[in-house]
Design a binder for this molecule. Structure first.
Ligand SMILES: C[S@@+](CC[C@H](N)C(=O)[O-])C[C@H]1O[C@@H](n2cnc3c(N)ncnc32)[C@H](O)[C@@H]1O
Length: 259
């Protein structure tokens, strides 16, 4: 059992509480409601490769961690038309998967993937398209806003959820009440030799504890990378997408009359 761990940027405790309250009571319920009316499928900040000459050096630690952005971009381009505004969202999923150097970009045929905290299902849709080798792409979310998503928490995954080759977790675990139970569940549902691909926000000083928790759950860390500059660049791209959506909402173009 191995762990691929990908950490974003630091936040302080009050900000963390703010994010939790904002996400739990405002953002996710609102996004679920809005998603039924406008084309919102992703809820992550996004990721865009940086020019390491001009924009700083990526921080990589561990076997398998490296700047594979060219490989990721080449893979994404096969499935996403130029100019598609979901690029940064999809790239964050690919970045997490790419930490699994043993396989990326092609996982074994017939592999099974579970997304914990799948949100509105945009990532699952992307993974089905870009990785047809996954025979199964299953999603779990606390706020299951669409059919086909298992309604459960990361801390209480149903017993029958099991036998996965990959578990992916994108910008979700910061909201969990008990990260140790999430990790224990990930370990349980993975087949021996499976991978946890994990991307989230953490305070820098809490990182040793997070890594200790993962090791305590039985995971071996294969790779770790700080991707703050790439995520900040991703935020600029996703913000532009939301501006465009809001313009469409205001002009009435995107609203679906669904009764
Ligand atoms: C920022 S969104 C990310 C969604 C998706 N991964 C994406 O990138 O579009 C975080 C998601 O985690 C879910 N979530 C929060 N707490 C959870 C929990 N304890 N168990 C399962 N899902 C949870 C929220 O409902 C939300 O859909």
């Amino acid at each position: 059992m191995i762990l691929v761990d990908l950490i974003l940027h630091p936040i302080n405790t009050s900000l963390k509480l703010y994010y939790w309250l904002f996400g739990r009571f405002i953002l996710y319920p609102l996004m679920g409601w809005l998603a039924r009316r406008i084309d919102v499928r992703f809820l992550n900040f996004g990721y865009l490769p940086i020019d390491s000459g001009r924009e700083g050096r990526p921080t990589s630690v561990g076997r398998g961690a490296g700047n594979k952005d060219d490989v990721i971009m080449k893979h994404v381009r096969k499935f996403l038309p130029t100019g598609d505004l979901t690029l940064a969202h999809c790239l964050l999923y690919e970045k997490a998967l790419s930490m699994c150097e043993q396989y990326y970009p092609q996982f074994p045929e017939g592999a099974r993937l579970l997304e914990v905290g799948c949100g509105l299902g945009g990532g699952m849709g992307w993974l089905r398209k870009a990785h047809p080798e996954f025979i199964d792409v299953v999603g779990v979310d606390k706020v299951a806003s669409r059919e086909g998503v298992i309604s459960a928490t990361a801390e209480e995954l149903p017993e029958w959820v099991e036998h996965f080759d990959v578990v992916i977790n994108i910008e979700s675990s910061h909201a969990y009440s008990d990260v140790n139970r999430f990790l224990a569940n990930c370990y349980r549902v993975l087949k021996p030799g499976g991978h946890l691909c994990w991307a989230d926000l953490r305070e820098v000083e809490k990182m040793p504890q997070v890594l200790e928790n993962a090791a305590g759950a039985g995971f071996e860390r294969l790779a770790f990378e700080m991707i703050t500059p790439q995520v900040i660049k991703g935020i600029h791209a996703t913000a532009a997408r939301y501006d465009k959506l809001m313009e469409e909402v205001v002009s009435g173009d995107s609203w679906i009359v669904d009764g």
